[in-house]
Design a protein around this ligand. Structure first.
Ligand SMILES: NC(=O)c1ccc[n+]([C@@H]2O[C@H](COP(=O)([O-])OP(=O)(O)OC[C@H]3O[C@@H](n4cnc5c(N)ncnc54)[C@H](OP(=O)(O)O)[C@@H]3O)[C@@H](O)[C@H]2O)c1
Length: 373
């Protein structure tokens, strides 16, 4: 099998950058980046648009126009091969006269899964799938919520928290503003922007009065996330909370029906049989609605609910350079906790970044999903 030339990696990195621009914003579609080169010059670029917009490959080919003839297409995911909301990208690629496609990742969608590559090869287009391992990793990361949702039916769940050096998420008086610096908080706004939904608990809504929206430096609402969810078993959320003062769809999950909610608020009744909201049913329902990635921004009790039920896939911890102390100030996860260290939940693929005086830790949790049909 032929592999791409060393300098071709630069083209691929550009395609990955393009895909990152649409990452988290185009679900239920996966984020894809594509570019067309001719004689080693980029002649067209594209990133996936929201439905019913165009796919990345088609945008790149449209931009390249006649320069697609005998050109090379670099794309971060196998071109799709069936008539869905959009016509098959393979049709556009074949018609364009492109002679080579470089793409390392098979689309696991059951209607594609290698058929895209086969259609291209059948039209005498050279298909190269062997690329640098870093490129493969970046392409896989780009589509991780899409693949997770496809494989499990559930959204990819990221537990995000800000804590002090000594592991506290608030003071004993429930004050938590701010544990981390503006740099980390801007990153959180970006995480919210890219999330399909954000979940918090009634405890946080009462003590922090959070809006849970993504906003720019001037506090301007950016129209994301798509959905904000409050877990409120007993339906006690006060009507004057800031969450209701911003536009955007809201879900309140409770044990029994809540009356007289504003028109942009949906009440989901999801009892777990023990007087609490069933977090598993909530995630399952979100998966059914095509929600691919969820950010948890909860206090220690609800974090414990998600962790103890095996519902968290990824953690993102921002550690601020401060000490809070106090046995009554909460940590990241309360609940019963584990009995012995040998039973602790392992966190894999840990990575660390420094944001000014804060540290950002990301890691993965692997666990089997239980279906709750
Ligand atoms: N540092 C940070 O990153 C950060 C982030 C968020 C919050 N906080 C801080 O956390 C504090 C609030 O913490 P919290 O734990 O009270 O708030 P929370 O996690 O936002 O909400 C907890 C509540 O969720 C409800 N809940 C519903 N179903 C549940 C289930 N299945 N499992 C667990 N809980 C369920 C429970 O109340 P009901 O059953 O009565 O509904 C529980 O009391 C505040 O001081 C806030 O500032 C810090």
């Amino acid at each position: 099998m032929k592999s791409i030339k060393k300098n071709d990696v630069a083209f691929f990195n550009r395609a990955i950058d393009l895909a990152y621009k649409s990452s988290g914003l185009v679900s239920p579609r996966p984020s894809v980046g594509a570019l067309v080169t001719n004689e080693n010059i980029i002649v067209g670029e594209g990133a996936t648009e929201k439905r019913p917009g165009l796919h990345a490959e088609v945008i790149a080919i449209n931009n390249a126009g006649e320069k697609s003839l005998n050109g090379t297409l670099y794309c971060t995911l196998e071109p799709h091969s069936f008539h869905g909301v959009a016509p098959p990208c393979t049709e556009t690629i074949i018609k364009s006269g492109i002679s080579k496609v470089v793409c390392p990742i098979k689309d696991p969608h059951p209607k594609v899964n290698g058929i895209g590559f086969e259609q291209l090869k059948a039209a005498n287009i050279e298909v190269i799938t062997k690329v640098h391992s870093d490129v493969i990793e970046s392409c896989k990361e780009l589509i991780s919520p899409y693949v997770h949702h496809l494989n499990t039916g559930y959204p990819l769940v990221t537990l995000k928290t800000a804590m002090s050096i000594d592991g506290k998420t608030a003071t004993r008086l429930s004050d938590s503003k701010w544990i981390t610096t503006l740099e980390s908080r801007n990153k959180v706004h970006n995480l919210r922007y890219k999330a399909d939904a954000v979940i918090t608990g009634i405890g946080t809504i009462i003590s922090d009065n959070s809006r849970l929206t993504s906003r720019d430096h001037d506090d301007k609402y950016l129209g994301r996330p798509k959905l904000r969810i409050v877990v409120d078993s007993n339906g006690i959320i006060p009507a004057d909370r800031n969450i209701f003062k911003q536009p955007g769809q809201i879900v309140i999950a409770s044990v029994s029906k809540i009356n007289n909610l504003p028109s942009n608020v949906e009440n989901m009744v999801l009892p777990d049989g023990n007087g609490k909201v069933s977090l598993q049913k909530l995630l399952f329902e979100m998966g059914q609605r095509g929600i691919q990635n969820i950010l948890l921004e909860c206090g220690s009790k609800l974090n414990a609910g998600f962790i103890e039920n095996g519902l968290v896939d990824q953690i993102k911890i921002f550690i601020g350079g401060i000490i809070i102390g106090g046995s009554d100030s909460p940590g990241v996860i309360s609940g019963t906790g584990i009995d012995l260290i040998k039973n602790a939940i392992p966190i894999k693929d840990l990575s660390v970044l420094q944001n000014g005086n804060d540290i950002e830790i990301t890691g993965q949790i692997n666990h089997p999903y239980k279906c709750c049909n």
